[in-house]
Design a binder for this molecule. Structure first.
Ligand code: CTP
Length: 406
């Protein structure tokens, strides 16, 4: 009962931003953003105490996060900010209004507010023509400096455009082009750039958004040699198909879809350029190394596989398993999208559907029971039983034990 606590503290409480936008569009959005006309931290702490929730406050920004017992989060902001410039100094208090708070936002469609107080509950506040733009399906900034103030908004504009099926207003698009021309995006820190890119690549079907990034000249900010070629088109399209194939299989293996798209987006870059890209995006040292290693190993594996197929070598399931077992799910899916060879794709799909989860029941204990001395032989024996199982030569624990006895 957010409105009830508002009444009690005599402050107005509004649901704002994406939550209201999605409400108007009939879309789901579980993130609730609330703005309090007054002290938002006091509001959040009172609410949390009353309803037994956790709360985390950031005094500097006058914001708080309420975590409901079911894990749902409510972000609370204040229109009244109170902060200390230096320890011991008097607090600086900034008052603004709901209207000012909404004016600072990215796009008109995110500026709707709904009053939550019991008195006047549900009152819709629309200062900047948000309802009109929702109706006309337009992404529009509120003022000309929006992208200069916050260049991440360029990526947000494209993300919303594609997700909602809207289009960026002409003037807003010109402001983006201008921000690109003036190199404002170069100032964007790697972490923020990565976060925006990941958001885009996590959208349902990101290829249109990537086309828009290319069209607006944004790809070179990720790496100067990134460009939308016919091959990248094909690759993104294949990636989408492969990912929906993978979803349908429902293998229970987790997969970071954005990583597969990221690999596709950067497929034409050399190893060094890929490394530079990860650097530009401030990918953590550890993850960068792993990703680059996997990518290299993936390329080598695909080459080997395609060569074996071209030479018409007979590939046993155990050979396929050995070739692919150390690659991550994301790399494997990327390789499936990358290869133009039907047979190579069939081989990787066989690995996913039939081989990847094959296990044997014989363990080291069974070997001990047979008085086989400890040592590297254990691994060899277990591997050869696994190979036999993969190739269909043994199908049960009895078969495995029989093979072991031989
Ligand atoms: N916002 C902004 N500028 C940014 C990021 C956010 O003005 N660079 C504002 C937007 O108006 C947005 C609100 O902060 O409505 C909350 O941000 P966020 O949760 O990222 O946006 P949502 O609109 O909720 O988007 P999503 O549906 O993707 O969560």
């Amino acid at each position: 009962d957010l409105g009830g606590v508002g009444e009690e503290l005599d402050v107005s409480v509004y649901a704002v931003g994406g939550f209201v936008r999605d409400l108007m569009l009939g879309m789901e959005n579980s993130d609730i953003d609330v703005t309090v006309e007054g002290d938002g931290i006091l509001f959040a702490e009172t609410f949390a105490e009353r309803f037994g929730c956790r709360v985390k406050s950031h005094h500097k920004f006058g914001t708080a996060v309420i975590v409901l017992p079911d894990g749902l989060k409510i972000d609370v902001a204040s229109t009244r900010l109170e902060y200390y410039d230096s320890p011991g100094a008097l607090p600086t208090v900034e008052r603004s209004s709901l209207k000012m708070d909404l004016y600072r936002r990215d796009f008109t469609i995110n500026t709707l507010a709904v009053l939550l107080n019991s008195r006047g509950f549900g009152l819709l506040i629309d200062y900047f023509g948000a309802q009109r733009d929702l109706q006309e399906k337009v992404i529009r900034v509120l003022h000309n400096l929006s992208f200069v103030e916050d260049p991440t908004r360029v990526f947000r504009a494209i993300r919303f455009e594609q997700r909602l099926g809207f289009h960026i207003a002409i003037h807003t698009e010109n402001l983006i082009k201008n921000a690109v021309k003036m190199n404002f995006l170069e100032r964007l820190g790697g972490k923020r750039l990565l976060s925006e890119l990941v958001h885009i690549l996590r959208e349902h079907e990101p290829q249109r958004a990537i086309e828009r990034l290319a069209m607006l000249g944004l790809l070179p900010f990720i790496h100067q040699h990134l460009e939308l070629t016919a091959e990248l088109h094909r690759l993104l399209d294949e990636t989408r198909k492969i990912l929906s194939w993978f979803d349908l299989l429902f293998l229970g293996a987790s997969c970071e879809r954005w990583v597969v798209y990221f690999l596709a987006l950067t497929a034409a870059l050399s190893d060094d350029e890929f490394w530079e890209t990860c650097g530009r995006l401030a990918v953590s040292e550890h993850y960068r190394e792993r990703l680059a290693d996997n990518r290299r190993q993936g390329s080598r594996t695909l080459n080997t596989l395609e060569r074996l197929i071209a030479d018409q070598m007979q590939l046993l399931p155990s050979d396929i398993y050995l070739l692919l077992k150390d690659l991550t799910v994301e790399i494997l899916l990327f390789l499936m999208a990358r290869t133009t060879g039907e047979e190579a794709r069939r081989v990787v799909s066989l690995y996913f559907t039939k081989l990847r989860n094959v296990r044997i029941s014989v363990t080291g204990h069974d070997l001990e029971a047979l008085d086989i001395p400890h040592g590297p032989r254990y691994r060899q024996i277990l591997d050869s039983i696994l190979a036999a199982r993969l190739n269909g030569q043994v199908n049960s624990r009895e078969d495995e034990l029989r093979l072991l006895a031989d």
